[in-house]
Design a protein around this ligand. Structure first.
Ligand code: DON
Length: 349
């Protein structure tokens, strides 16, 4: 039975019991050989793709090796298939955004977060300085305006402890202790004038309340969390597994926030490429400017890719191509003809 609790802002937070979960498998467990073979083949095929360019607008990111390429898939019961540079550390950048959004929903409740950040695709670039004209709040939490508003909510809740809370939750999602790349953090803090303009716009409109610089600092730090492509796949598998990390068994997110996070990733996760991504790949996903892509196949898979050469939208060229091919070869698209839809309807019809 669902348990209702009164949030601090007076809204009700529902805590739903988790449906039965599959038993844990050891972290070293391998995915079936057909899947491992496909991942190795995709890695070979798309290593040849050298389109795109490494991001330079955060100076420290320009040091990334453009040749690096990893693909990792983790099933919702913890089996792994990977190829290439899956241990290469890079900063999470915008892939932090769905997770901080989920955290804010759990901390503040859905209604309060919705009053600060909308859920509409903007159709514009991730760093656009714009608000939804009707509501004067950010369009959605996957672009910089919305993500900085979310950081403001987390800072308002926990103050200086917000960073530790966030790192703890990110670490639970990845199943290992994560840390911050101080050089990338300092590099973005020194050059992130556009984001500084955004936070002051949000302050002016009342979307960020209180210490705007502290909210921005939290945002810069969340973007500088170091991950690997395997971490991204495990974090995605945790979302696929209804918030419970399939390797450690730790519950990192509640069921209701997982649903909110996946919905917003589906419609807005790939910025102004989100429509094309939904059309071609058809699963919730999020990309980051350091070259990561994370995709989730509900109840089945987490996918992480890393290759730092980006297209004009700020998405990894090889990551997009490999995910597109994987979706087509494995039938991952949510509207694939073999997707049977509601299990309730299957049972009663
Ligand atoms: O705020 C920024 O510009 C970066 N810290 C994150 C942007 C990002 O990852 C966009 N992704 N493609």
């Amino acid at each position: 039975m669902a348990v209702a609790e009164l949030g601090t802002d007076g809204t009700h937070i529902m805590h739903m019991p988790l449906p039965p979960l599959p038993p844990l498998v050891p972290p070293t467990s391998e995915a079936p050989s057909e899947i491992r073979g496909l991942i190795a083949q995709l890695h070979r095929e798309y290593t040849a793709l050298d389109d795109g360019a490494v991001a330079t607008y955060i100076p420290e990111l320009s040091k990334a090796d453009p040749a690096k390429f990893g693909i990792c898939l983790v099933t919702a019961d913890g089996r792994v298939a990977e190829a290439g540079d899956c241990d290469e550390p890079f900063t999470i950048q915008s892939i932090s955004k769905p997770f901080t959004y989920g955290l804010a929903i759990e901390e503040w409740g859905h209604d309060k977060v919705f009053r600060h950040v909308g859920v509409e695709p903007s159709g514009d670039a991730f760093n656009s300085i714009e608000l939804h004209p009707g509501s004067t709040r950010p369009y959605n939490p996957m672009i910089n305006t919305g993500a900085i508003a979310v950081s403001g909510l987390l800072y308002a809740r926990h103050g200086e402890a917000a960073l530790e809370q966030m790192l703890t939750r990110f670490s639970q999602l990845a199943g290992r202790q994560l840390s911050i790349d101080e050089d990338v953090y300092r590099s973005e803090r020194a050059t992130g004038h556009r984001n500084r303009a955004i936070v002051h716009l949000l302050l002016n409109c009342g979307v960020v309340e209180g210490d705007a610089e502290a909210a921005l600092d939290l945002y810069f730090r969340q973007c500088s969390v170091l991950v690997t492509c395997r971490d991204l796949a495990v974090m995605a598998a945790t979302l696929a597994n209804m918030g419970r990390n399939p390797l450690t068994g730790v519950s990192a997110f509640e069921l209701t926030s997982v649903k909110d996070v996946l919905s917003i990733m589906f419609t807005c996760g790939m910025y102004d490429y989100s429509g094309q991504w939904a059309y071609r790949v058809g699963v919730p996903a999020k990309s980051g400017v350091s070259g990561g892509v994370m995709a989730v196949v509900n109840r089945q898979l987490g996918i992480g890719t890393y290759s730092p050469r980006l297209d004009r939208y700020g998405n990894s060229c090889r990551g997009i191509a490999a995910c597109e091919a994987m979706a087509s070869r494995l039938g991952l698209h949510v509207f694939d003809c073999l997707n049977v839809g509601s299990s309730y309807l299957t049972a009663v019809l």
